[in-house]
Design a protein around this ligand. Structure first.
Ligand code: ADP
Length: 611
């Protein structure tokens, strides 16, 4: 990223505040004028006083008049300068805060449009993304502020001072100008040398915050395995690398800073020698006052140059972090694209043909998948962990796009469907559903923001959640994150009831629940299944056994498919899994227990009723 590109990127964020910019520019100019007043006043005063000494009889009045005048001018100027500095700082800071708000919001809104693949990339882990955005916004908005309250005022003042120097004496002006490029050259060398180290710093910082987040997220696992030391050591390696990087950066900075101070002093010495020589040799217009005048003006020229490395460092930081920020903001590749197909009615018939799929990290998860998901029916995906079941659901929900082949819904390629419209018609319940920071009611309403409280109550009842919620002191206003795993799962199912979609994907919805919760959730799911296209992934036999169609997968390929009972009879992976589940449940023993009559009352009663 170049400085030009960076400012081009910043421009749209500053544009809304153009009056603030104009005001700051005017103040900058007035402030720069004020900065030259001291030199002019001192020049005049020295020459005036020089002409008066030795002070003759009756000249005290004149001397007092001069002193009163310069005191008035200097104090008045300070007063104006104080007001201007205040306004400049305040407006500069105001601009920084406003720009920083807009930049943060812009990148958040942009990120929300990205496809899921963006977030699955290794480089975009949460901690890394967060650091990239925080640092990017911070350094870019600081650049805006620095530009208006450091760079612009100082450089305007330097240019004005140089003009005054040239106007008073061309030779002195030339000497002052000669020092500037040397100084610039050293600063650029410094920046170039430091660039790699500073970029390294960004990578280390991202890794550090990712590491901290990882520790916080896994704290119970770390503690239960007594792995505090190991985790600490992992971070130590990173800290050491970061420290070394920091040390090198600092050492190089201080080295160059010393060199620059030296060059600046050479400049001042040259100006003193030259002006003194010109005064002594009686050069026209060169009075004693002019020695002070030029030294003070040169000070104004070198002040911004003295700050140049800091500004340059900040700017370099901004360039490095801006790269990360604008990479996200201007990322077009990852924006989720969709067509415009929005049919009146969604039937729910999927056709998958010759689909391969590879995750962004290179894991090939699906090979030549062919499926027909019948509308209004229940289809089970069965297979060992890692077989690719969830991946297919991810593709059907358009979270990812297949490498090749086609996926059609109701005869139309998913790519042509309006993505949001498609997802409005799909309900997804996962093993662990994300519960948002908010009340139970808010979490259920996530399924349909336009629903009423009565709808929420109704949905909670269907999801076997209502009785538990009303028993809580705050009822539906209870924080949903405080609920147990089973209760959170019911919130997710209530969310689905309130959304009421024609297509439902259930990805191990009861995997982490106890038997009672599993049974209740099975009942809820049975209720929701009516006349909808349902795909269920589950290790729980009871949930897959009554589906009408089954696909058995192994290593990303469909190994068996067809009518559920027939697939079982044929033998193979599906039968192996069902038999193993039955054995693991100890079904024979359970059947004996149920048969002894005591526990089986309800079943006997049901049978009698049927008869
Ligand atoms: P299943 O649902 O059958 O247990 P998945 O569809 O979750 O299996 O996974 C299929 C394969 O894809 C596995 O090898 C898994 O490691 C890999 N995989 C799943 N999710 C991701 C991801 N976000 N990034 C990379 N690889 C993934």
């Amino acid at each position: 990223m170049t400085i030009g590109n960076m400012f081009k990127g910043i421009r749209p964020f500053v544009k809304p505040y153009k009056w603030l910019v104009v005001g700051t520019l005017v103040m900058t100019f007035v402030g720069s004028l004020m900065a030259q007043v001291n030199a002019v006043v001192l020049d005049w005063t020295v020459d005036k006083i020089n002409s008066l000494i030795p002070l003759g009889e009756g000249q005290w009045g004149e001397a007092i008049r001069i002193l009163t005048l310069i005191s008035g001018i200097l104090l008045g100027k300070e007063l104006v300068a104080a007001v201007i500095t205040f306004a400049q700082r305040y407006y500069g800071e105001r601009m920084r805060i406003l720009v920083s708000r807009d930049m943060a919001q812009a990148v958040i809104e942009r990120m929300l449009t990205f496809r899921v693949a963006f977030f699955a990339a290794d480089d975009n882990e949460p901690g890394k993304l967060q650091t990239r955005i925080d640092r990017g916004v911070e350094s870019l908005s600081n650049t805006v502020k620095n530009f208006f309250i450091d760079i612009l005022p100082m450089f305007t003042s330097a240019i004005l001072a140089l003009i005054l120097m040239y106007a008073a004496n061309v030779y002195v002006g030339i000497v002052a100008t000669c020092i500037v490029p040397i100084y610039f050259w050293i600063t650029f060398r410094q920046a170039k040398k430091l660039k790699g180290w500073r970029r390294g710093m960004r990578t280390y910082r991202e890794a550090k915050s990712h590491g901290i987040m990882n520790i916080i997220e896994s704290i119970t696992v770390i503690k239960s395995f007594n792995r505090e030391r190991i985790e600490g050591d992992k971070q130590l390696a990173l800290q050491n690398a970061l420290t070394e990087n920091q040390m090198t950066t600092r050492r190089l900075s201080f080295l160059y800073d010393g060199l620059k101070s030296f060059v600046e002093q050479i400049g001042t010495v040259l100006i003193i020698i030259l002006t003194a020589y010109l005064v002594l040799s009686g050069y026209p217009g060169m009075t004693i006052g002019k020695i002070m005048y030029h030294i003070m003006l040169f000070n104004n020229v070198s002040a911004p140059i003295r700050q140049l490395h800091r500004i340059y460092d900040d700017m370099n930081d901004a360039l490095i972090y801006a790269e990360g920020y604008f990479d996200i903001l201007n990322n077009d590749v990852d924006v989720e694209r969709g067509g415009s197909y929005r049919p009146e009615k969604v039937v729910g018939e999927f056709d998958i043909e010759h689909v391969d799929f590879t995750y962004p990290n290179g894991t090939k998860a699906l090979h030549d998948i062919n499926m027909h998901i019948a509308p209004g029916k229940r289809t089970a995906f069965v297979g060992l962990s890692g077989a690719g079941k969830s991946t297919i659901v991810n593709l059907l929900d358009k979270f990812y796009e297949p490498d090749c082949g086609s996926i059609k819904l109701d005869g139309v390629d998913l790519r042509e469907w309006d993505t949001q419209y498609l997802r409005e018609h799909i309900g997804l319940v996962l093993q662990k559903n994300h519960i948002f920071d908010g009340s139970i009611e808010e979490n259920i309403l996530y399924g349909n923001p336009h629903a009423t409280h009565d709808d929420v109550v109704e949905a909670a009842k269907k999801a076997y959640l209502y009785d538990q919620v009303v028993a809580l002191p705050k009822g539906f206003d209870t924080k949903a994150t405080n609920l147990s795993g089973g209760q959170q799962q019911r919130v997710a199912i209530a969310r689905m009831f309130i959304k009421n979609p024609p297509i439902i994907f259930l990805d191990e919805p009861t995997a982490s629940l106890d038997a009672i919760a599993t049974e209740q959730i099975k009942n809820s799911i049975d209720a929701i299944k009516m006349n909808r296209t349902v795909i269920i992934i589950s290790h729980n036999i009871s949930q897959i056994i009554d589906s009408e169609m089954t696909y058995a997968l192994r290593n990303g390929r469909v190994e068996q498919s067809g009518d559920t009972e027939e697939v079982y009879r044929r033998g193979g992976i599906y039968k192996e899994i069902i038999d193993a589940s039955a054995r693991s449940l100890n079904i024979g023993k359970i059947a004996d227990l149920l048969d002894d009559g005591k526990i089986n009352d309800s079943i006997v009663i049901n049978e009698r009723e049927d008869a």
